[in-house]
Write a protein that binds this ligand. Structure first.
Ligand code: AMP
Length: 199
């Protein structure tokens, strides 16, 4: 199954992506984690993207699409994937559709994780202090960066719900409450998706 997870920073996308991917038996793919790995290893790409990550700005589409395409052609991603943090813009979503189409595939579902604004601010503050559940503290978790990421989300990423809704691929899931409960809600929503639009 091919799934993208949408939702603001702090909605629990990373944690849920890993849990859902495990249940579906497909890889969880995070463009943010791939970028952070390059930054840690100080590769050429890492040096190029670091200023964007530090500022909470989006990395240019050209670099983001290149790293994603490269990952999606790995053998483990042929049967499906859960994308976390990609797409972030409508042009990225269009590029993903085009890329899947070229290889005879389509997206099954876009799951939007819904969390109230005050809860997001609380979660981001907590993540900064103690690290998130599985990922540990992130190098790019600073109050200023987080505030900016929320603004970027509202401006550039939130329009994706309309894009996927227009394709009848969007499902919205309440992402408040225990991690396990949210996973169950997402799994229930995925089971209701007219299954496997593509092989
Ligand atoms: P994340 O781990 O998804 O919160 O991503 C961390 C950072 O990586 C973001 O603040 C962006 O700077 C960059 N990033 C991750 N995914 C994308 C994407 N799809 N498009 C542009 N930048 C991205």
């Amino acid at each position: 199954m091919r799934v993208v997870l949408l939702g603001p920073p702090g909605a629990g996308k990373g944690t849920q992506a890993r849990r859902i991917a495990e249940r579906l038996g497909v890889p969880a793919i995070s463009t943010g984690e791939m970028f952070r790995a390059h930054v840690r290893e100080q590769t050429g790409l890492g040096r190029e993207v670091q200023p964007y990550l530090d500022a909470g700005e989006l990395v240019p589409d050209e670099l983001t699409l290149a790293i994603l395409r490269h990952r999606l052609v790995q053998p483990d991603a042929t049967t499906g994937f859960v994308l976390d943090g990609f797409p972030r813009t409508v042009p990225q979503a269009v590029a993903l559709d085009g890329f899947l189409h070229e290889t005879g595939r389509t997206l099954d579902c876009a799951v939007e994780l819904l969390v109230a604004e005050e809860e997001l601010v609380r979660r981001l503050a907590r993540r900064r202090q103690v690290g998130d559940i599985a990922g540990g503290r992130r190098e790019d978790d600073h109050p200023e960066t987080n505030r900016h990421r929320l603004a970027v989300y509202r401006e550039q990423t939130a329009p994706l719900s309309g894009y996927y809704d227009g394709q009848r691929r969007l499902v919205r899931v309440d992402a408040t409450g225990a991690v396990e409960e949210v996973t169950e809600r997402v799994m229930a929503a995925l089971q209701a998706v007219p299954s496997h639009r593509s092989a």
